[in-house]
Design a protein around this ligand. Structure first.
Ligand SMILES: [Zn+2]
Ligand SMILES: [Zn+2]
Length: 360
């Protein structure tokens, strides 16, 4: 089969490799029908993720058809259409029972990280019963472009952004960072009916897409205005009552970049009682303004996706509450994956949010 193989920092190639086979009773082999590229694949390619070594097949998102199952797999059989979760979960360890599947003792982020991933014609999924979702009943009802967004980025935006940030009806929500995960957080947050959504990004095209395609109310470009002052002005007008006039700000600030400056913006725009939900992957320390935050009763949350909201997101997608399909901006054949990596690596210039691969 063909697979995208990591060859060490800066090196990737579409290669012929052996089709995986069942080695443990709980394994399933899935024949991919759709896959995509994630920002974390680019981190691996840069050499930022040392546990992923040369020879690894990348990718942790996908849709496919069950090709083979081990004797211990009870929920799936050959021919079933499945959504692959980016998080592998055994379903029975102490972390899985706590809803912390990201830290599953036999799972977590394994695919395309510690074991071969989904940028291939076939992939082996350990603990298949808890790491796959049956999407056969949605065939013909929900676009595969929507389903594929539920492997990783929508659960991430929902769990680490909207749910950790406790977005409630009537809230003012700012998403700082308008890339694919920021937009996913926006989409997820909007299902909880906030009164106002603001997206902050330096890129005008991203702001346009956030507003026109995904329904953000306001785009703020820190390259053109002082984003903190602008948001304080906006929220002072939108809020009602004396308190709001004295302490303008947002109820929920979702950080979706992962650099000190964007975290700082969140600290400066948060209103008393607000929640800062950090989604971005940080590579260095931030300057935590605890002396200002404590007296404003601010909560800060962080996390790696558990992908335990996937079933509820599938429900929202199937009933039309949620349509993440416009996140897919580019379609490719799987054979074109090397070209697609070039496009995705230049996402801003190429106006690319997510790519979608089909297989022959
Ligand atoms: Zn990912
Ligand atoms: Zn577990």
């Amino acid at each position: 089969m063909k697979a995208l193989v990591y060859g060490g920092p800066g090196i990737r190639a579409l290669k012929q490799v052996a089709i995986p086979t069942v080695s443990r009773p709980t394994d399933a082999i899935v024949k991919l029908t759709a896959t995509t590229i994630c920002g974390s694949d680019l981190h691996i390619l840069k050499g930022d993720v040392p546990e992923t070594g040369p020879g690894a097949i990348l990718g942790h998102e996908g849709i496919g058809i069950i090709h083979d199952v081990g004797a211990g797999v009870s929920k799936f059989k050959k021919g079933d259409k499945v959504l692959i979760s980016c998080i592998t979960s055994c379903g029975s360890c102490a972390y899985c029972k706590k809803g912390l599947q990201a830290h599953c003792l036999e799972g977590g982020w394994k695919l395309g990280h510690e074991i071969n991933g989904t940028q291939a014609e076939y992939v082996k999924i350990p603990h298949a019963d808890y790491s796959l979702y049956d999407v056969g009943p949605l065939a013909g009802k929900v676009k595969d472009e929507s389903l594929l967004m539920l492997s990783d980025i929508l659960p991430t935006g929902n769990e680490i952004g909207a749910l950790n940030g406790k977005v409630e009806e009537g809230d003012i929500v700012a998403v700082v960072g308008g890339g694919s995960v920021g937009i996913s957080a926006l989409i997820a947050a909007k299902t909880y009916k906030p009164a106002l959504t603001i997206v902050v990004d330096f890129n005008e095209e991203r702001l346009r897409i956030a507003k026109e395609v995904f329904g953000a109310d306001i785009g703020v470009n820190p390259g053109k205005v002082d984003a903190v002052e602008e948001i304080k002005k906006l929220t002072a007008v939108q809020n009602t009552g004396a308190r709001a006039q004295l302490h303008p700000g947002v109820d929920v600030a979702i950080e979706a970049v992962g650099i000190p400056q964007t975290f700082d913006t969140c600290q400066k725009i948060i209103a008393p009682g607000g929640r800062i939900a950090n989604v971005g992957v940080h590579g260095k320390p931030v300057d935590l303004q605890l002396q200002d935050l404590w007296i404003k009763n601010i909560n800060i949350s962080t996390g790696l996706v558990n992908a335990n909201s996937t079933a509820s997101l599938l429900e929202k997608v199937s009933t039309g509450v949620l349509d993440p399909s416009p996140l897919v901006t580019h379609h490719f054949k799987f054979d074109e994956i090397e070209k697609a990596y070039d496009v995705f690596s230049n996402a801003e210039k190429e106006k690319c949010i997510k790519v979608f691969f089909t297989f022959d």
